[in-house]
Design a protein around this ligand. Sequence first.
Ligand code: PGA
Length: 258
Amino acid sequence: MSDRTPLMAGNWKMNLDWKQSLALVEDLGGQLKGKDLGGVEAAVLPPFVNIRTVQTAVDAGKLPIAYGGQDLSAHESGAYTGEVSGPMLTALGCTYVAVGHSERREYHGETEQVTNAKVNAALAAGLTPILCVGEGLDERKAGKQVEYTLAQVEGGLEGLTAEQVGGLVIAYEPVWAIGTGEVATPDDAQEVCAAVRDWVRTAHGDQAADAVRVLYGGSVKSSNVAELMERPDVDGALVGGASLKAEEFAKIVGYRAA
Ligand code: PGA
């Protein structure tokens, strides 16, 4: 077992209004608080408008939950209607921000350049980016999952220092496994997560490679998380659908205790 802190991050996507977000984070916090989670870190990524609510609940209840955004602007401030900046997230106590989720790439045309700018914006604001990468079904069928994913890693991390890369979270999320119920096998997850770490080792050295946390995402549930986590290069999970139910997500976070 590595000494990297496992991270279970719940990506709520465009679900839950502020009252529902409050109910979920309080329920989740109640289930996690005071439990021995075996050193596993829990985080949630609510829609922007619900982050203040989550902050208030986490602070008031001293809940063992970190939180962050699902996206951020590449810009720091100014005339960018509809956008939310890194410093705004930092001011709400956010720790994390997802960057380059496949739904951002697919529905909002986010290129490698945009993703790279957002990673830099997150770092400049003191946030930890969760850089999301992963192949689609066509690349998987062609056996090109590793080279496709590594190209996204390389593009997203261009220009970063070894120290910055070591502090990052990279989430390997094969697009064909997201929201489909079709989880990658632990071997599939390990293959690409290991390749990501190897890439970091070659580009940025041992220290960065041993420190960077590589998550798997795509149809993770309490029933499959433990076997994924047994693989040496899988340091946690980015969880969509299953993070919307407090009991289910608490079980995922508590996989070591179970
Ligand atoms: P899923 O989503 O767990 O619902 O498959 C994962 C994600 O998109 O982060």
